[in-house]
Design a protein around this ligand. Structure first.
Ligand SMILES: *Cc1c(COP(=O)(O)O)cnc(C)c1O
Length: 387
């Protein structure tokens, strides 16, 4: 029986053990036993669905996967040690040498590194479109194009891509449409509704939401997940049962946490927008956001990432970070703790200035992952750091 999002997140759990525990136990076991020779043969022949070995499946990882499958409206899924192993394994399972990928140029830094530094080794080429040039996508498609790839909202500039339009283009040209839905979470946005074949998440971010564990997951069409599963079963990027257990519990509070994250983020964005030391603020649910209408159409709320530019360029951006007292300077995002970063001097420092400008990362731009502290304390800290 299907319930509302919040109810499934809490009530959809695996079968109880003979102890009839209320909360789900942790199955820290690397393998599982067989009743006899015939059970063993039939299990290896996949005549039965059961757990054999931790690299293939585990009750805790299965519970986590099933929750994300339900939340995203997918058919099947597989869970990985990290978001990047989910991204790598998904591409590696589905692509062949000589294939071509069309991707938005504004994607997570390590994803870009995979396309730029490693795909060429396997003769896989990537062409890029900019967030404001979706009308150019069709001109990038070649006879060997297999995948259309995007994130929305993007990192760190929080631009919004029209997922429905991308889904239609992919369908028309018979491409697989894959979306990294990490910034939105399945609570705010379901790309499958807009035509995505596969949805990838870094569970490290808002899914855990408390800065404890890394994880990743890919969900979507059953035939594609089967290919990803077979590849992963051999290559071994599986999520650990412990992380799956932590993450399944975190999902029970995802909606409550994300609601408050978004409420705080909107207030922070509104505060920054009226501040004299700030050039611009980007937040999907601010009316001034260039894709505000699109964000409202495809997302339930605006997410927890706010980007803004401090007046005075790179020095002002760094000075702002040095003046922060309460918030953390950290590489993570989607934590209970508010985190501020300066992309131009850190995560995106390897890009040329022209490349940074193309992805909307100006020298004075600061990215805030708004946390769950009292929003007045967050604003007070930002206010004193802006002077
Ligand atoms: C963090 C992140 C990833 C990578 O996830 P890891 O768990 O750190 O490997 C991928 N995509 C986006 C959008 C992210 O923010």
């Amino acid at each position: 029986m299907s319930h509302h999002f919040e109810t499934d997140a809490i009530r959809q759990q695996m079968e109880r053990s003979p102890y009839l525990e209320h909360s789900v136990p942790l199955y820290l076991t690397s393998s599982f036993v067989f009743e006899d020779a015939e059970d063993m043969r039939a299990s290896f022949a996949e005549e039965k669905e059961r757990n054999l070995y931790g690299r293939y499946s585990n009750p805790n990882t299965s519970e986590f996967i099933q929750k994300i499958v339900t939340m995203e409206g997918a058919e099947e899924g597989y869970a990985f040690a990290t978001g990047m192993s989910a991204i790598f394994s998904t591409f590696a399972a589905l692509l062949n040498a000589g294939d071509h990928v069309v991707s938005c140029n504004s994607v997570f830094g390590s994803t870009h590194g995979l396309f730029a530094n490693y795909f060429p080794k396997w003769n896989i080429e990537t062409s890029y479109f900019k967030v404001n040039q979706v009308d150019k996508i069709e001109s990038l498609i070649q006879p060997n194009t297999k995948i259309l790839y995007a994130e929305s909202p993007t990192n760190p500039a929080v631009d919004i891509l029209d997922l429905e339009l991308l889904g239609k283009i992919a369908k028309k040209h018979n491409l697989l449409f894959i979306v990294d839905n990490c910034f939105a979470t399945p609570y705010l946005q379901n790309p499958i509704k807009f035509g995505a074949d596969l949805v990838i998440h870094s569970a490290t971010k808002l899914m855990d939401g408390q800065g404890r564990v890394l994880g990743g997951v890919t969900v979507g069409k059953a035939d594609l997940i089967r290919q990803i599963y077979l590849f992963s079963r051999i290559t071994g990027p599986a999520m650990s049962p412990f992380n799956a257990w932590v993450l399944s519990k975190s999902l029970e509070t995802l909606s409550v946490r994300v609601d408050r994250h978004c409420e705080n983020a909107l207030k922070v964005a509104e505060f920054l927008e009226q501040h004299d030391s700030v050039n611009f603020v980007k937040y999907p649910f601010l009316k001034s956001h260039p894709q505000y209408e699109m964000a409202k159409k495809q997302m339930k709320l605006g997410g927890n990432i706010v980007a803004f530019e401090v007046k005075g360029g790179i020095d002002a951006g760094r000075k702002f970070l040095d003046s922060i007292k309460l918030c953390s300077l950290s590489a993570n995002l989607g934590d209970t703790r508010t985190i501020v970063t300066h992309p131009a001097s850190t995560t995106h420092s390897k890009l040329l200035e022209s490349e940074r400008m193309e992805t909307g990362i100006s020298d004075g731009m600061v990215r805030i992952s708004v946390g769950l502290e009292n929003v007045n304390d967050i604003i007070k800290d930002l206010k004193q750091a802006l002077h």
